[in-house]
Design a protein around this ligand. Structure first.
Ligand code: CP
Length: 311
């Protein structure tokens, strides 16, 4: 029997193939709840979840809140602009003060890579879930992306997945690389040389391509990434039009992928830059399906950190 043995979910790098499979299988069964008239089960009744977001979010924050509510947990949302962070409180002090209120799970997004490991050490009796940390990982996004691919192909092993764009600053790319390579997919990455980190091949079964064409040729999945201007610190591309010309997905270059290839993007999308609107809204786009799967995946994550045997 598969068991989830972690207090926290901080990175897909920390999970085994079997644990990832378990999270995806549980998400598949959680989906049924989301299609009911009354979308609520008592699974996490009496549990308290704090969503602590130090960075902006639409999809992740909302779906973690919905996921918690559908499992009957009490959910509280804190964003930086409405917290005492604006008065200079440190993450350490915020953690200790929140811990004094005895939450069961803290879901955090933070701009500092690795901040969740720091938070977890302060909270031996509270689970920590990473909703995105700097350029490190975004495990719930990686899981919902894998679930969406599994829905489409019935498997993950043997898939050719092309990830195109700002690989260097993308925590989504890192979680997908960690998860997909454990599940047997082959990942091809491409982007402007200023946006692909040296040694990216060492992250898993990854091939760095010199051109976008090479990456998407015969791909089963084409995943486009947003340019993370907020993390770049300096301009890494001449301008948006140049970027769209060499690294944007449009109906013409999409034809290089397999005819039934699925198109994905974690959002938010810069239409006309990394993808044309024809592709975003086209038949091959699974972008809104990704968002839909985000609720079930986050229900699975909340359930397993509360129910699993603690290591
Ligand atoms: N994909 C993603 O993380 O979106 P948000 O920033 O809106 O949460």
């Amino acid at each position: 029997m598969k068991q989830f043995r972690h207090k926290d979910i901080i990175a897909l790098r920390d999970l085994t193939k079997e644990e990832i499979e378990l999270l995806l299988e549980t998400a598949e069964s959680m989906r049924e709840i989301n299609s009911r008239d009354i979308k609520k089960v008592p699974t996490l009744r009496g549990r308290t979840i704090i969503n602590l977001f130090y960075e902006a979010s639409t999809r992740t924050r909302t779906s973690f809140e919905i996921a918690g509510k559908r499992l009957s947990a009490d959910t509280v949302n804190i964003t930086t602009s409405s917290s005492s962070t604006t008065k200079g409180e440190t993450l350490s002090d915020t953690a200790l003060n929140l811990l004094a209120m005895k939450p069961d799970i803290i879901v955090m997004r933070h701009s500092v890579s690795g901040s969740h490991y720091f938070l977890s050490k302060k909270m031996p009796n509270c689970s920590v879930i990473n909703a995105g940390d700097g350029t490190h990982e975004h495990p719930s996004q990686g899981l919902l992306d894998m679930l969406t691919m599994k829905d489409r192909f019935g498997r993950l092993d043997g898939l050719k997945v092309a990830i195109v764009g700002d690989i260097t600053h993308s925590r989504v790319a890192r979680s997908n690389i960690q998860g997909l390579t454990k599940m047997g997919s082959q990942v091809f990455v491409a982007g402007p040389p200023t946006m692909v980190p040296p040694g990216v091949e060492k992250l898993g079964n990854v091939i760095a391509c010199a051109t976008m064409k090479e990456a998407i040729q015969d791909a089963d999945v084409v995943m486009m990434l947003r340019i993370q201007q907020e993390r770049q610190g300096k301009t890494l591309m001449p301008n948006a039009r140049e970027y769209a010309r060499y690294y944007g997905l449009n109906p013409v270059n999409l034809k290089m992928a397999k005819p039934d290839a699925m198109v994905m993007h974690p959002g938010p999308i810069n239409r006309g830059v990394e993808m044309s609107s024809y592709v975003v809204d086209g038949d091959q786009s699974h972008i809104l399906k990704q968002v839909e799967n985000g609720v079930a995946v986050r229900m699975s994550m909340l359930y397993h950190v509360c129910s699993g045997e603690i290591e």
